[in-house]
Each structure stands twice: as C-alpha cells, then as structure tokens.
Design a protein around this ligand. Structure first.
Ligand code: CA
Length: 509
C-alpha cells in the first residue's frame, strides 16, 4: 500500500470554500515578510490552464493540479546576484515540500516538475538557478551568479520556500524533498554535501558530478571527432551519423548478447570490450567500414580520460550511448557548448577564447579555479546521513552526455570516504539499462523521475513516491520497476547488485 494514500487521509487540508482560499492566496502579496525577498506576483489558479511565464526559457506552462496558489518571488542572494523562483501551493496539500533543480547551464524554472509535484500534492518550489536563460553568458564578471548556480539557488529556494509554505498553510512543512536530473542531479548532491538539513529525501538523477572534469571530458570528446567541423574545414577524424550507425551495429554485434538477451540493450556497458578494428576498411573496400583514422577516433571515445600524470580524469563513454540521437551534442562537429560556455565565462572570465588547442592542460587550471565549488565530487555525506537524510540516484546506461560509470565512481568515493562497503542505509544508486540522459532510450525506462514519466502511480514504480515511503515509512526501495508505454516492465537494480537474466526475466543479484 503506497504510503502516499495513507497520509492523504490525515494531512489533507480542511475544505475551504474556493473564494476564501483565493483570498488567502492573494493576501500573500502583502503578508509575506521574508529576508532579502520580494514577492513579485501572487495568483490563484482556479482551474487547469496554461499560465504565462517570465524569462527567456519559455513563454507558457501548463497547470494541471489546480486549484493552486502561485507565488512568484525574487531572493537577492548578494548585492550582485538574485534567484527568481516560484512556489506552487495546491489546495490539497499532504504536508510535503518539493524543491526542484535545473538543467545544463540554465537558467530555467522547471515548470514541468512544478506541475508534476503539485499533481502529487507537494508544495513545489523551483528557481531560475540565479540567472535567466540556457547558457553561461551571465557568469561573466559575476562570481556571485556562479555561486548561485553552483550551490546557493537550491538552498535559498528551500529556506525561503518553506517559509512561504508555512505562512500559506499555517503549518510547518512535515517533510521536505528534492527532485532533479543532470545539473539537477549535481545540485541535489551538492545540497546533501553542503546543506544537509535542507531536505529529508533527495532524488538526484544522472548527476553532473565531478563537474569540471565532466566538462573537460565532453570538450575533449568533441575534439576527438575533429571539432569544429565545417564544409570548408572537414576533418578525417569525423564520423557522420551514417558511420556512427555502422559503429553502433558493430558494438551491438559484439556486446548485446553479453547479458543473455539480444534486445539492443547492453545491460552492463562497462563489460563491453569493444574492438573497432573489426570494421576498419581493408584493401579496396570503402563502404560499411571505417578508415584507420576513424578507428582511432572511436578508440579514443571509448577509452577513459587519463591526465598528464596518468591519473583518471573521467570514465569512458559508454558503448551503446553513441546510438542515442542526443550524442550529436558532443559528436556533431561543434566544440561542446557547455564546455565552451563554462570555460569562457566561468573559468577564464573572458568574452572570447579559442578552444582549438583545448586539452589535458585544462585539468590542473580548472581544478584550481573550481568556480563556486562546482566540482561536487566529495564523499563526506556523513552529516546528511547522520541527520537521517535519504538519497536516491539513478543513471541511464545509454546516457550520451554524462557517463553512467561516473555514478558508480561517485558511489565508490562515498563508500571509501565513509568506510562503508554498502551505502544502502541512506544512499541507493539505480543503474537503468537502455536509458538515455535522464529519460527515454530503449526499454522500460520510465519510473516517475520527471513529469510525464509516471506511468504507474505507486512507490514500486515511481522513484519520488519510493522516496516518500523511505523517509516517512522507513521502507527503502530494494528495486525500481521501470515501465514503458506498451506496459512492458523491467526491474532496475541498485548498485553494486547486477541485473542478471534468469532465462525468463532480468533479476537483481
Ligand atoms: Ca542485451
């Protein structure tokens, strides 16, 4: 029995007439007196609709969980930085707070998950991460804007957001949660490291942890294929989508069956010892094969990145992930945009920079700057663990942007730091075979990790509801069951357990 339903009976608000609820909502415009915070706008959304949104990221957002009270506010984090945020406060509230993260270098309030959170009766708060937009241009000459992005926006969203929730409902938040993926996964990890009191339960997906090394690796990957490529400046290193398709077919030929099922999914890409020499053109053949230079490109892509002293900088790209359409962000022929933006505006703090010679020399310098403490690669989660915090993370094994192997590396770092062989009592990592970056890919990869991916509304199939059960009921999720739109399911396993085919289905061992 999902705990959510049990709690509904005891935490549901008294039924007010909509008119009085509306008046109570609108009164927040003048009744909230919060430190460094200005209330910009308060509206009571009576019925499902689209609302207009500020900023450059989007112009409208759906509200399906009406009636709710929408509070738009700005928190001045320093004299030169500010976080714009929204609190969505549903009439039917179960006493829970939900903080949300962001993506990439944005800059964009997560309206989709404000809607998702309120549909599950959380009071949900999302912010713009300290700047408006989808790139890093506003970091230039603004170290405090970087601090908002690196660690502060989610913290102030939690601190101020909870006060707004308490004022509106006249009751303190019972339990507080966090949901985010990619940059949002890194933000959730940062919250557990730096502000362990902010959230009781953190769901941090496909996290961009070890951020400086991640972005260096992504930039070097794009160099491996010869970026920047143009018609006027082609590179023999480059692989067109047709050539990548040849590579992907050969990777599947060599590795798909390792897990016992030929289904296009490589359950454990770290065990795929892919040899591209098998598809190198020989003698007079020139179709359906790779040049020797392209074979070198592919070998580089699927080799871990080691530094100038031979130390591991970042794990390798996962075989199979190259088949995801989003791989073009790194392999499309442009220098990877996030590396370019982060390097230019946050690390070097310059308006222009030539990245054509970008390489391993960046590692020591980027590590030394580490703007805002962005790295998020520390293992001491003891304060979060000791206060009873729970952490769920997941990573698609076919992620074309962030290597899922890095999430194993993060687990192992925490394990070694805390001298705990298993982190099961507070930290669980679910590896999702076939899943791309945060969602999608191949197979049953929907488990409530974001809006639109809640295909089965219970805690065995929904990672956010699983977290509620863990925090409020002490029931930790042993597995997460993924679904797809055909009602197929697959049981996803927590590291270091493995997903093993038993002849009928995949089980965790
Ligand atoms: Ca397979």
């Amino acid at each position: 029995m999902p705990l959510l339903k049990n709690l509904a009976a005891i935490l549901i608000l008294p039924v007010y007439a909509l008119a009085s609820q509306s008046a109570k909502c609108l009164a927040l415009q003048h009744s909230l007196h919060l430190q460094n915070t200005t209330i910009l706008n308060v509206t009571y959304v009576l019925a499902a609709t689209n609302v207009s949104t500020p900023g450059v990221c989007q112009s409208a957002a759906p509200v399906t969980a009406a009636p709710l009270c929408r509070v738009q506010f700005v928190i001045n984090t320093t004299s030169s930085s500010a976080v714009h945020a929204e609190a969505w406060l549903p009439d039917i509230w179960f006493g829970r707070f939900l903080g949300l993260g962001n993506g990439g270098l944005g800059g964009c309030i997560d309206y989709a998950n404000l809607d998702y959170g309120t549909s599950l009766h959380f009071a949900a708060v999302g912010s713009d991460n300290g700047h408006d937009g989808t790139d890093g241009s506003q970091f230039l000459n603004h170290p405090e804007v970087i601090n908002d992005f690196a660690f502060r926006a989610v913290h102030v969203e939690a601190v101020i957001g909870k006060q707004i929730v308490q004022t509106y409902y006249g009751a303190a938040v019972a339990k507080s949660y966090y949901l985010g993926c990619s940059t949002g996964g890194r933000q959730g990890t940062q919250a557990a490291l730096r502000f362990p009191e902010d959230f009781d339960g953190i769901v941090a997906g496909s996290p961009a942890t070890d951020f400086n090394h991640l972005t260096i690796w992504q930039g070097i990957l794009s160099h491996y294929v010869g970026a920047p490529i143009s018609a006027a400046a082609p590179s023999p290193k480059f692989l067109s989508p047709d050539v990548w398709a040849i590579v992907s077919a050969e990777i599947l030929r060599q590795c798909d069956a390792l897990d016992g099922v030929v289904d296009g999914i490589i359950t454990e890409p770290d065990e795929c010892d892919f040899r591209p020499e098998s598809i190198q053109c020989i003698e007079d053949t020139s179709t359906n094969c790779l040049t020797a230079t392209q074979v070198e490109t592919v070998k580089n892509v699927f080799t871990p990145l080691f530094g100038l002293q031979g130390e591991l900088i970042y794990p390798r790209y996962s075989p199979g992930a190259e088949a995801d359409p989003s791989q073009s962000q790194i392999f499309g022929g442009e220098f990877f945009s996030i590396t370019e933006n982060w390097g230019r505006f946050a690390i070097l703090n310059v308006t222009e920079h030539d990245f054509s010679n970008f390489g391993l020399k960046a590692v020591a310098f980027w590590d030394s700057i580490n703007p805002g403490g962005i790295a998020t690669f520390e293992g001491d989660l003891s304060a979060f663990r000791n206060r009873g915090g729970k952490f769920l993370t997941y990573h698609g094994r076919r992620d074309p942007i962030i290597s899922s192997t890095n999430s194993k590396r993060m687990y192992d770092l925490i394990s070694h730091t805390l001298s705990l062989p298993l982190l099961d009592d507070f930290y669980r990592l679910f590896l999702i075979p076939g899943m791309g970056h945060c969602a999608g890919g191949l197979g049953p990869t929907s488990f409530g990790q974001s809006n639109g991916l809640n295909l089965v509304n219970d805690s065995s199939h929904n990672i956010l509801l699983a977290m509620v059960d863990w925090v409020e009921g002490g029931i930790a999720p042993a597995t997460i069951i993924g679904s797809d739109v055909t009602n197929a399911t697959r049981t996803h396993c927590r590291y270091p357990m493995r997903s093993v085919f038993n002849g009928t289905v995949f089980v965790c061992e």
